[in-house]
Design a protein around this ligand. Structure first.
Ligand SMILES: [Zn+2]
Length: 281
């Protein structure tokens, strides 16, 4: 007889976080190159319920940096990932929706309210700002985590927003430009996929893993009640990666901060409130 219960699978009965994590509910909005690995890591860490939301199908160009592979190409990312995780972790629950976030917000808002954490990994400002306005406007899941990368995965960001503290908008312009940008690209710019015009940057899963780990670790801290104020974690990639991709550090990021020049480190800071913020002030 071999044990296959959650407490044994996720930490051989030694991980004191397991009872809490098994009772947590997480919604992942955007199951792409960040959302899908974060969902997978949270499932591996023992989170008891994960709802995956993404309207897109998996394409061949996705699979080099996605936990799903060739057998899922042409099928919905959210549906396929929920199926895969359910097979891997039969003691946990996985669900999926193939509607846009806005549709979920209209038709099934309770799914968003009744969870412990929403992870928004779309990188799309219209979705992020709508979610932020909803969060601050009175519907209150305890935590929303936003994560995105800078071009070529040379820097990554994970931000945990608490509903009664600084909101996402506080550190963004009205058009959705982050106030803290680590890298600069001059004329290199992001490359674009010729067929569909989608932004394409030729980084791989290895470079991206720093950002997905950053987001997953912050998600766990949110789920375990360790995040009391809105927080920002930054991954600054190594300068060698940045230069190989044709970028340089943003002058504001390294001004008077010589120790940041080489990159390759994590930084955690307060996500500061903007007293003129149109959403939360
Ligand atoms: Zn704000």
């Amino acid at each position: 007889m071999e044990r296959a219960d959650a407490a044994w699978v996720h930490g051989r009965d030694q991980d004191t976080r397991q009872a809490a994590l098994a009772s947590r509910r997480v919604v992942i909005i955007g199951c792409g190159a960040i959302g899908a690995p974060v969902a997978t890591q949270l499932a591996m860490a023992g989170v008891g319920y994960v709802l995956l939301v993404d309207p897109e199908n998996l394409s061949w160009a996705n699979i080099g940096r996605h936990p799903l592979g060739a057998d899922s190409v042409g099928f919905g990312k959210a549906l396929q990932l929920a199926k895969k995780l359910a097979v891997s972790f039969p003691h946990a629950r996985f669900d999926s929706r193939t509607e846009e976030f806005g549709v979920i917000l209209q038709k099934e808002q309770s799914l968003l309210v009744d969870c412990d954490l929403i992870v928004c990994a779309t990188g799309v400002w219209s979705v992020e700002s709508a979610l932020n306005a909803w969060h601050i406007g009175g519907k209150r899941p305890a935590n929303i985590l936003y994560s995105w990368t800078e071009p070529h995965a040379c820097a990554g960001h994970a931000v945990a927003i608490k509903p009664d503290d600084a909101c996402l908008q506080c550190q963004f312009s009205r058009l959705g430009d982050a106030k803290t940008i680590l890298t600069e690209w001059g004329s290199v710019g992001p490359k674009r996929e010729p067929a569909c015009g989608a932004v394409y940057q030729p980084y791989g899963p290895v470079e991206l893993a720093w950002t997905t780990d950053l987001a997953s670790a912050l998600a766990l801290d949110c789920l375990l009640g360790k995040i009391l104020r809105s927080r920002h974690r930054i991954w600054a990639g190594p300068k060698t990666l940045l230069e190989a991709a044709g970028g340089s550090w943003n002058a504001d990021w390294i001004r008077n901060r010589e120790e940041r020049e080489a990159g390759g480190f994590l930084e955690e800071r307060v996500w500061a409130k903007d007293l003129t913020c149109p959403i939360c002030t």
